[in-house]
Design a binder for this molecule. Structure first.
Ligand SMILES: *[C@@H]1O[C@H](CO)[C@@H](O)[C@H](O)[C@H]1NC(C)=O
Ligand SMILES: *[C@@H]1O[C@H](CO)[C@@H](O)[C@H](O)[C@H]1NC(C)=O
Ligand SMILES: *[C@@H]1O[C@H](CO)[C@@H](O)[C@H](O)[C@H]1NC(C)=O
Ligand SMILES: *[C@@H]1O[C@H](CO)[C@@H](O)[C@H](O)[C@H]1NC(C)=O
Ligand SMILES: *[C@@H]1O[C@H](CO)[C@@H](O)[C@H](O)[C@H]1NC(C)=O
Ligand SMILES: *[C@@H]1O[C@H](CO)[C@@H](O)[C@H](O)[C@H]1NC(C)=O
Ligand SMILES: *[C@@H]1O[C@H](CO)[C@@H](O)[C@H](O)[C@H]1NC(C)=O
Ligand SMILES: *[C@@H]1O[C@H](CO)[C@@H](O)[C@H](O)[C@H]1NC(C)=O
Ligand SMILES: *[C@@H]1O[C@H](CO)[C@@H](O)[C@H](O)[C@H]1NC(C)=O
Ligand SMILES: *[C@@H]1O[C@H](CO)[C@@H](O)[C@H](O)[C@H]1NC(C)=O
Length: 363
């Protein structure tokens, strides 16, 4: 660990020297490169369906949030028509989920969570209460699946089967409720839900002895950590949720936990070999399309945490990853490949939104 910390310090010095030198090929990519990556992402957009690529559906919720983040960070309104188009089309009842009542109520709690979070960002951007109202509706839908039959609470993931207390659904719920609280002055309901969610998560055993979050709990009465993969998004969305809850409560213990998880990821030989964030699934085709979007969710959460800590301990890590992806994983049309170490392999919505989230994190 000592040598990795030293390595990070060296990156930091190096990054600041190149930033001062301002040489285009070796400096941290800025707004121009981010805009180019968003435009490339838009090449995967279908105006008729309002989604990016075809599959998986939740990744269009992440893409929607990424264009909203881009507009929030840059002051642009370029993609507002896209945002409204997607919202208006995709809020219709889902053909593939007969019981889905529309407004992003899906057959798994995490899918609803990704879309609801996009709506909170769109509300922050536009103050259009329609976005906020649907996000609130989605929170209520998710909470229907807070299930005490086993594991003493927590959301279950698989709605048709009523099973699997997993990390991502509960992390998205934590981030969603804390974000709603922070967006609605003086409210207490969502804060209460957020604290309930966090207290349950903390006691669940999902965070392992290395301070990394595994995928979920065993689906039996024991409800112990199932030791399944520590995906990067399982770390990042918890970091984002804890950062939002810290903003709501000023409880520094939440930040300490978020930093432990962030450190466990950025100093991990498996998740950050050579200082570059890497999904623990190897290369395509071993990484299914779902997993290609995970790294972006990590970087988004890490940047939020970094922004509330005065020393900005993760800034050089984020910048170094952005530079690596821009230099090694990008093709001439500003598409980004699966591995930020490079080389560029293929374009897909998951790959591209991961890159957009990374570039946004570095802005
Ligand atoms: C803007 O970004 C594009 C794509 O990354 C790049 O080709 C171009 O050189 C950049 N222009 C400037 C002025 O940095
Ligand atoms: C957009 O989706 C519609 C409906 O699935 C399809 O008919 C059309 O070909 C798609 N457009 C593009 C440009 O892929
Ligand atoms: C529900 O569980 C059954 C049996 O394990 C499985 O075959 C089915 O695919 C599951 N349904 C969903 C929607 O996951
Ligand atoms: C709660 O969990 C039980 C046991 O897995 C399941 O049978 C039931 O359908 C779940 N109910 C809800 C509302 O999720
Ligand atoms: C918070 O939740 C508890 C139950 O967990 C409930 O008793 C209390 O009334 C709630 N407070 C608010 C302000 O919603
Ligand atoms: C997970 O790993 C720990 C530590 O190796 C072990 O004690 C525990 O039994 C494992 N849990 C399961 C469900 O396999
Ligand atoms: C701060 O958060 C920690 C961790 O969840 C909790 O144990 C503690 O009670 C909280 N402190 C206050 C004052 O709420
Ligand atoms: C994404 O994950 C879901 C849930 O595990 C699965 O049903 C779906 O087939 C996956 N999609 C792709 C394209 O692999
Ligand atoms: C970049 O990759 C995309 C997707 O594979 C491809 O359509 C495009 O032609 C590539 N651009 C260049 C300049 O090779
Ligand atoms: C690239 O992605 C396209 C669209 O998902 C897919 O059809 C194609 O097989 C992929 N190519 C490679 C070399 O993986």
């Amino acid at each position: 660990m000592g040598s990795t910390r030293l390595q990070l310090a060296v990156y930091c010095v190096w990054a600041s020297i190149t930033a001062v030198a301002g040489e285009a090929p070796s400096s941290v990519p800025g707004v121009n490169a981010t805009h180019a990556a968003v435009d490339a992402m838009m090449a995967l957009y279908n105006e008729t369906t309002g989604i990016w690529d075809n599959d998986p559906w939740w990744e269009s919720g992440v893409a929607l949030r990424a264009v909203a983040d881009y507009m929030l960070k840059t002051g642009s309104d370029e993609y507002l028509p896209v945002a409204y188009n997607t919202f208006n089309i995709q809020r219709a009842p889902l053909e593939w989920w007969p019981e889905g009542g529309g407004d992003f109520r899906a057959d798994s709690t995490d899918d609803t969570g990704w879309w609801a979070l996009a709506l909170t960002t769109l509300y922050e951007l536009t103050r259009d209460v329609e976005f906020l109202d649907v996000a609130k509706e989605d929170e209520a839908y998710m909470f229907q699946y807070w299930n005490k039959t086993t594991c003493g609470g927590g959301l279950i993931w698989n709605i048709p089967n009523g099973t699997y207390h997993n990390a991502i659904s509960n992390e998205l719920y934590l981030e969603l409720t804390a974000t709603l609280h922070n967006l609605i002055p003086g409210e207490e309901y969502y804060l209460n839900k957020s604290l309930l969610g966090w207290e349950w998560f903390k006691a669940s055993g999902m965070i392992n002895s290395e301070n990394l979050v595994n995928d979920g709990l065993t689906d039996n009465t024991a409800c112990v950590n199932n030791n399944a993969t520590t995906w990067t998004y399982n770390q990042g969305v918890l970091i984002a949720g804890l950062t939002q809850l810290y903003k709501a409560t000023s409880n520094t213990s939440l930040l300490e936990t978020a930093q432990q998880i962030a450190d466990a990821t950025v100093y991990s030989a498996i998740l950050s070999p050579g200082g570059i964030l890497t999904e623990p699934c190897g290369t395509a085709p071993d990484c299914d399309p779902n997993t290609t979007a995970f790294k972006g969710a990590f970087m988004r959460g890490l940047a939020q945490l970094d922004a509330v800590i005065e020393e900005h301990p993760y800034k050089s890590y984020i910048q170094n990853n952005a530079l690596a992806a821009y230099t090694n994983a990008r093709n001439g049309s500003d598409f980004y490949g699966l591995r930020w170490q490079g080389p560029f392999d293929n374009a897909s919505i998951g790959r591209q939104e991961s890159a957009v989230n990374l570039l946004l994190a570095a802005l």
